[in-house]
Write a protein that binds this ligand. Sequence first.
Ligand code: MEV
Length: 418
Amino acid sequence: MTSSRISGFHKFTRTQRLQELIQQGLLTDREAAELGVEAAASGDLADHLSENVISVMAVPLGVATNLIVDGVDVLVPMATEESSVIAAVGNGARACRATGGVTCEADAPCMIAQVQLTGIADLPAAQQAVSDKKQTISELCNACDPMLVKLGGGFVDLEVRIAGPFLVVHLIVDVRDAMGANAVNTMAEAVAPKLAEWTGGRVGLRILSNLADRRLVRARAVWPASEIGRNTVQGIVSAYEFAAHDPYRAATHNKGIMNGVSAVALATGNDTRALEAGAHAYASTQGNAGGYGPLTRYGITEDGDLWGEIEMPMPVGIVGGATKAHPTAQKSLKIMQVDNADRLARVTASVGLIQNFSALRALATEGIQRGHMGLHARNVAIVAGAEGADIDRVAEAMIERLEVREDVARALLAEFKG
Ligand code: MEV
């Protein structure tokens, strides 16, 4: 590479950008052409969604089967590069069909916008001054988005907190079917100058909080012991307790939950990072000792079956952002028969719960590797250069030898090719 300073790169066409990368010796002509072909099918969409675009990064979009959420069957599109994730949802969802699948409760879709005020000498007095202006603040917020108000959303509540040397004002806003970042950020920016005036402070940051704890979803399912086995019931409860006592385990436990949640979010054009941030921030209070802990809980019913529950923030929307703009996101929502954010939040939380159940089931019994191995071995075979029927041949041979590695795959491939 000669230099990363490329004047006007953002104004180049996609082809010009690829050309630039060829000139810098970073891509061959063939690689650039391949990136061009991959992007072609999506037309201008990528350029509208992001910047300095050279191509698109394709991620598999699969459909998880067998799920029932609040009594209604649903097929769930999931976008993920990780093998076994989608299959795990199908298996875990099948195992709780006899008990009705997953049942959810969801908060109203309320997001929090924060306004930071600095340089205030008497914080308690300023806190009171802002609290007294709740009605005016409500009017200022609602004036920003009359359409949202018409749809039944808008300003809901005010919280005024002292955080260290700062006064922090929370605007709590019902954002209806949106994820809501744009709506609440606009309100925070509109209200901030008034807050400064009333408190004598200076305006600092004005932005939503990703700790969306006013927008929680709770989902619950029961897996019959007759279906999963008594040892598995015990094993999953013990795995949960491990996570509840140990943040090192809880982080991995929650990562598994997010395998499902983020895959649904990506498939529907939602902000995966917002969900991840909210989930882990919320988890930071869920441990047994009050620190970081698991987002799910498990126990045993009177009949000896396994119950599982998840509770987590679920800031997902079906309007605005990539959800509306991306045709694949639209098709994902169509497959799910989702026409409001509440249903999407419930289905997504249910996927998180089922994903976690399946991971714990595998971990508490045969271990995760056996199930992973088949798909992982195919990936390794592909990376080693296998194509067509050779992919399965190489993968099967590696599994048989209990050696799933790229060097082994290359050797097998060479052997098969004679
Ligand atoms: C892997 O992506 C996810 C798991 O590690 C989750 C867990 O350990 O619970 C299997």
